[in-house]
Ligand binder design. Structure first.
Ligand SMILES: *Cc1c(COP(=O)(O)O)cnc(C)c1O
Length: 353
């Protein structure tokens, strides 16, 4: 049976990427597996360079003073690495969900953090607006897409200070002026590849301004100077990320995938709004194109709905424990057809009930 994978992360990857990746595990370079060659060998160095170049190209950030790095430790390590590298006196954070909150907690280890806005009071079902970012702060940090709550920033503040953004769950999914950001980071496992690598895209001129000593592994400048090969990189994750980025480029890049993502989001949200058995969680104007969160209006139908979802071959629909209900994660590799299958199940429930 065909599975429809709505998992929030790790999550769906393009089938052809999985095919090529599995081939490389057996034979990547003349009978040698990708997993058993030196990361310093030419074939792998080419993979790393290609992956870094593709990331910048897709984001439209070539020749603009940015460097792309593939690091380890997940987006969660970036919570502290950002602060270590950029925080001298004070930074401003927009608190839009669990991941922002965790980023704030890590940065507080180093210095004072000012929450410029927060939607914690409403269990993060909206994105705060109209906040001010003091011009004398070291940087402003935000989370573009709140994976757990299903909200997404549609606009980003104009700011004279560096803007840092956790784009783990919507990078490469929609067109933005990425040059407005000075540092972007994203764990690979939501729109780019397998867990294990974290993409960091950083504008070089914001670095080197803090007075503290930074341990080598935590220092962006060290990783830049070693072309993201300071230590052994997560070779498999980097390779599969490269394949996914190439897949996206061949499709027509972010502009092309954004159109698909819009269609998928429109399909699910119109069902959520029209079907009286479901209620959307996120405030309408802040709804995420990647993660749609919704609940049953009547919990008595849970058993029936869950059984129908399972029967249809749908995987990964359970909401995060802090929201409950359901979450349909519709990352780049998920087809419109899969969203159609889910929507059919939702309307079938309405007919039955
Ligand atoms: C998943 C996620 C994280 C955590 O990523 P790890 O790679 O597991 O550390 C951070 N931020 C956002 C927005 C996420 O979706």
């Amino acid at each position: 049976m065909k599975r429809h994978n709505f998992s929030a992360g790790p999550c769906i990857l393009p089938n052809e990427v999985l095919q090529k990746a599995s081939e490389a595990v057996i034979d990547f370079d003349n009978g040698l597996s990708l997993l058993e060659i030196s990361h310093r060998s030419k074939p792998f160095v080419d993979v790393m360079e290609n992956a870094r170049a593709l990331a910048l190209e897709l984001l439209g950030l070539e020749n603009k003073g940015y460097k792309a790095l593939f690091l380890q430790g997940g987006a969660s390590t970036q919570f502290l690495m950002v602060a270590l590298n950029l925080l001298e006196k004070r930074a401003g954070y927009l608190n839009t969900g669990t991941w922002s909150d965790k980023a704030i907690k890590e940065a507080k280890i180093f210095d004072d953090i000012y929450e410029v806005g927060s939607s914690k009071d409403a269990n993060y079902n909206y994105i705060p607006k109209g906040y001010d970012i003091p011009a004398d702060y070291d940087y402003f940090h935000c989370t573009s897409n709140n994976t757990i709550f299903g909200t997404q920033m549609k606009e980003f503040p104009e700011s004279s200070i560096p803007v840092v953004c956790d784009m783990s769950s919507d990078i490469f999914s929609r067109q933005l002026d990425f040059s407005k950001f000075d540092l972007i980071y994203a764990g690979a496992q939501k729109n780019m590849g397998p867990a294990g690598a974290t993409l960091v895209v950083v504008k070089e001129d914001i670095l080197g301004k803090v007075s503290r000593k930074i341990p080598s592994m935590m220092d962006y400048k060290v990783h830049i100077s070693k072309s993201s090969m300071f230590n052994t990189p997560p070779v498999f994750s980097v390779y599969v990320s490269m394949l996914t980025l190439q897949w996206l480029k061949d499709l027509g890049g972010i502009a092309a995938i954004e159109k698909e993502n819009e269609k998928k989001a429109q399909l699910i949200y119109s069902e959520i709004d029209l079907n009286p058995l479901f209620k959307g969680f996120a405030s309408k104007s802040d709804r995420s194109m990647m993660n749609a969160t919704f609940n049953l209006a009547n919990e008595d139908l849970k058993e029936t709905f869950d059984a129908m979802v399972k029967e249809a071959g749908i995987n990964g629909l359970n909401g995060h424990r802090s929201v409950g209900g359901y979450r349909a994660s519709m990352y780049n590799a998920l087809s419109l057809e899969s969203v159609g299958v889910l929507v059919d199940v939702m309307s079938e429930l309405e007919r039955k009930a």
